[in-house]
Design a protein. Structure first.
Length: 345
C-alpha cells in the first residue's frame, strides 16, 4: 500500500504503521562461537515508532531542518532508524562508511560541513575490532572547522558497572553526548513536525571520495524508486493469499539503489532483517544460516560481488522459505539458490 502522495517518506516508513502487529526489524549481530552462540534481537512496530520519534527529537536538538548530520553506523538497527528519523524532520543524513579513515573522514567533514556527527563507538567485523570513535576524534583534530557536536552510541564499550572492557568510551565533555543518556531525556510520546519536502530537495548525501561531486539523493528520485520497488513486490505477491515478507537487506546504503533497498521493507510495512557481519564469517554458509534462522522470504542485494558467494557452502542449508531476490546483484545468487525467483525492474 503506497502512502498519500504528499506524505513525508519518513512518516510513510514509520508513523503509518505505529499500530501494526508483528516485527519491524530483526537484527543479527556479527558474533559467533563454536557453541553456536550468536547475537540477535527484534523490535516490533510500536517500539520502532517510539524510537524513531525520539531520534527525530534528538536530531532536532542539535540540527535544524536542512542541516546535515554525518551518520557513521554499520548495519545496526540504529542505521535505518536514524535515516528515517532524519527524513521525518528534514535533517539531511550524510551516510558515511564507518570504516572511513581519519584522513578521508576529515576531508568529508570539510567538504560537506555537517552540523553534527552521530556515530557508533566501534564494531566488529569477524574478529577484527574497528574503533570508529577513535577515527572520528582523529579526523576532527585534522579539521580547520570541525563540527561542534558528536552523538555517540555505545556498541562495544559496556556501560558503567560492567566488568572491565576491552574498549573504553572516553567522551569529550565539551563536545560529545551519549546516545542513551540523551534518549532518557526525551519523552516516549514526543511530538515533532512533519517536514514537507519539495521534489528537488536533497534528502540524503552519499559521499563519493575521489569523485568530482558527492552523490545527492533528491526527494523525488528516492520516492520514485521506493514506489517502483514496492509495486514490483506487490505484483510478485499477487498469487499468494497470505504474505509475511521478511526482507534481508545485505548492503550498506552507498547508492540510490541500496538506500532504496534499505527503506523498502518499512515503506511497504514489511519486516527488515539486517546482518551486521561479513557474509563469510565464520564460514561462507553464514548467509544461508541467517536466511533459515529468521525465515527470510526475500533478499535485497545491490552491490554484492559474485566472488563473495560460495554456492557449495550456501547450499548446505535448505532455505525453502526464501522466495525471491531483488536488486542489481540478484543474479549472483542464482547458482546458490536455483529455485529462488529473481525480480528485475
Amino acid at each position: 500500500m503506497s502512502p498519500k502522495k504528499n506524505q513525508n517518506l519518513g512518516y510513510a516508513c514509520c508513523d503509518r504503521y505505529a499500530e501494526k502487529d508483528g516485527r519491524a526489524i530483526i537484527w543479527e549481530g556479527n558474533y559467533w562461537d563454536d557453541d553456536d552462540v550468536h547475537d540477535c534481537g527484534e523490535i516490533d512496530w510500536e517500539t520502532m515508532n517510539i524510537v524513531v520519534k525520539k531520534i527525530s527529537a534528538l536530531l532536532l536538538k542539535y540540527c535544524e531542518p536542512k542541516d546535515r548530520i554525518a551518520v557513521l553506523f554499520p548495519r545496526l538497527v540504529q542505521l535505518p532508524m536514524t535515516i528515517v528519523a532524519a527524513i521525518r524532520v528534514g535533517v539531511v543524513p550524510i551516510i558515511v562508511d564507518p570504516l572511513t579513515s581519519p584522513e578521508n573522514l576529515a576531508q568529508l567533514i570539510q567538504e560537506l560541513a555537517p552540523k553534527a556527527i552521530i556515530t557508533v563507538d566501534g564494531f566488529f567485523q569477524a574478529q577484527k575490532l574497528h574503533k570508529v570513535m577513535e577515527n572520528v576524534n582523529s579526523a576532527l583534530k585534522l579539521c580547520q572547522n570541525p563540527c561542534q557536536k558528536v552523538i555517540v552510541l555505545r556498541h562495544v564499550a559496556p556501560n558503567d558497572g560492567v566488568p572491565p572492557p576491552s574498549v573504553n568510551l572516553n567522551l569529550d565533555e565539551t563536545r560529545d553526548v551519549e546516545w542513551s543518556a540523551e534518549f532518557l531525556k526525551i519523552d516516549d510520546d514526543v511530538k515533532t513536525d512533519e517536514y514537507k519536502f519539495k521534489g528537488s530537495d536533497v534528502v540524503a548525501i552519499l559521499p563519493k571520495l575521489g569523485e568530482e561531486k558527492h552523490f545527492e539523493v533528491f526527494y523525488s528520485d528516492l520516492r520514485h524508486e521506493l514506489e517502483i520497488t514496492q509495486r514490483i513486490l506487490e505484483i510478485d505477491d499477487e498469487d499468494d493469499d497470505e504474505i509475511t515478507d521478511n526482507i534481508l537487506v545485505l548492503d550498506n546504503p552507498t547508492t540510490l539503489e541500496s538506500l532504496t533497498n534499505m527503506m523498502t521493507p518499512w515503506f511497504g510495512g514489511r519486516t527488515l532483517i539486517l546482518y551486521e557481519g561479513p557474509l563469510d564469517y565464520p564460514d561462507p554458509s553464514r548467509l544461508s544460516q541467517i536466511v533459515l534462522k529468521h525465515q527470510a522470504t526475500s533478499l535485497a542485494a545491490a552491490e554484492i560481488p559474485e566472488e563473495r558467494l560460495d554456492p557449495e557452502y550456501l547450499s548446505l542449508f535448505n532455505v525453502e522459505n526464501l522466495r525471491r531476490i531483488f536488486g542489481s546483484s540478484a543474479s549472483h545468487f542464482q547458482q546458490a539458490y536455483p529455485n529462488v525467483h529473481v525480480l528485475r525492474k
